[in-house]
Design a protein around this ligand. Structure first.
Ligand code: AMP
Ligand code: MG
Length: 400
């Protein structure tokens, strides 16, 4: 087991024990917010044929002078029959999306015409640019959606445009969320004087869900080896386990103990603040990420370490895949203290002003202060032994 690793090393170690990636086919209707498992290429040219971008008349550019009269040979409707050929001195009525008749090379918009009987007078310009050319957007066989893309409304629309009614997506892995601590009680229950409401499993479930996985939230486990072992071993249906709490140096930090005694820990402690004591390893062959119990720490570790692990495991596209946080550069609006020997993730509020991102801090930064994760929308990435000065540009995670 490696101790006190850098965040980069922690991600590297975790990525060598990925969450298993399974592919399933779903109807396009069912693909919303799923992640594409294999790249999608177009089954058709887009547009499929030269067509008009406007309602008007299809004409021959060389025939057009202001005030000329042309004879109307027929019409071209979207989805209609093959339009008639346009010869010298002729025009064909045309609707948006309809095929361009043979012989025509430009469009006069309807607003620039006067129809009288079977003739049309042209009062404006003929524009070749109002013809949408076959395959100008995509050609048959062209890849337009890479593997790992999160399927949102535009991606689903494009998949349909390309002719796909079914798509291969990453099967949502089941991730067990297990919080530990004798003091933890589910919200909605009565509290004794030494109990508190359990919050981490709710927040972590929500994060896991937004990363394209199915959370399986376990009720809080008491701080005894028997209870913890029974809980961890009851998770056979799950593909990976995330625990919170019980991973530091205290007498009741049993996740660490049980992993050391009966699991296979790969790293413990990461040079980061908050969130120093995470552990990663395998339990009965399943990857297990043990996060610290302090509510802020558990979320910060999730963003810095667990999020890239899930993204890597499931093959998410760096730009287009599900991500909850993005690396950005921000200009500090005040001094913020770094941490000796550790990457320091102070909570910051990021806002865009005059073309740059500005960062300010608001509430108390304690790692137990869950409210600070709501009052802020970002985390500094101050390198070890580095304080941030007001006015300085630094790297940060922008959390969505
Ligand atoms: P631990 O890492 O177990 O030592 O817990 C550190 C601190 O976080 C303690 O104050 C715990 O009461 C608190 N804590 C641990 N787990 C949770 C949880 N699931 N929800 C809310 N607070 C927690
Ligand atoms: Mg505890």
């Amino acid at each position: 087991m490696e101790r006190r690793v850098t965040p980069e090393r922690a991600i590297e170690i975790a990525s060598s024990y990925p969450i298993p990636r399974v592919v399933e086919n779903v109807a396009l209707d069912q693909s919303g917010d799923r992640v594409l498992a294999t790249a999608l290429s177009s089954l058709v040219d887009d547009p499929r044929f030269d067509n008009s971008a406007m309602d008007g008349f299809a004409v021959r550019l060389e025939d057009i002078t202001e005030g000329v009269t042309l004879s109307i040979v027929g019409e071209s409707r979207a989805g209609g029959p093959e339009p008639p050929m346009v010869g010298p001195g002729e025009a064909c009525r045309i609707m948006t999306g309809a095929r361009i008749p043979a012989g025509a090379d430009s469009i006069v918009v309807v607003e620039d015409t006067n129809v009288s009987g079977s003739n049309v007078r042209i009062n404006g310009k003929a524009r070749p640019g109002f013809i949408r050319r076959r395959a100008e957007n995509l050609s048959v066989g062209q890849e337009a959606l890479p593997a790992g893309t999160l399927l949102g409304p535009a991606e689903i629309g494009l998949a349909a445009t390309m002719g796909h009614h079914q798509v291969a997506v990453v099967k949502k892995p089941r991730i067990a969320i297990v919080s530990t601590g004798d003091e933890l009680v589910a919200p909605g229950s009565e509290l004794s004087p030494s109990e508190i409401y359990e919050s981490n499993s709710y927040a972590l479930s929500s994060l896991v869900e937004r990363m394209g996985c199915t959370p399986v939230r376990h009720h809080a486990v008491a701080d005894t080896l028997e209870d913890l072992k029974a809980a961890l071993s009851s998770l056979r249906e799950c593909d990976a386990i995330i625990t919170s709490g019980g991973v530091s140096m205290g007498d009741f930090d049993l996740v660490r103990r049980i992993m050391e005694e009966e699991g296979d820990p790969l790293f413990w402690k990461v040079a980061m603040r908050p969130g120093g004591p995470p552990m990663f390893g395998t339990w009965e062959g399943k990857p297990l990420f043990a996060l610290p119990g302090n509510p802020v720490s558990s979320l910060v570790v999730f963003h810095l370490l667990v999020e890239p692990w899930i993204a890597d495991s499931l093959g998410y596209h760096e730009e287009a895949g599900p991500r909850l946080s993005r690396k950005v550069t921000v200009r500090l609006q005040e001094d913020v203290a770094g941490a000796p020997g550790k990457v320091c993730l102070r909570r910051i509020r990021i806002r865009s002003e005059n073309g740059e991102l500005l960062a300010t801090t608001h509430t108390h930064q304690g790692s137990g202060n869950m409210h600070s994760m709501v009052a802020h929308n970002g985390l500094t990435l101050l390198p070890p032994d580095t304080n941030g000065k007001s006015g300085q540009i630094i790297e940060a995670l922008w959390v969505h």
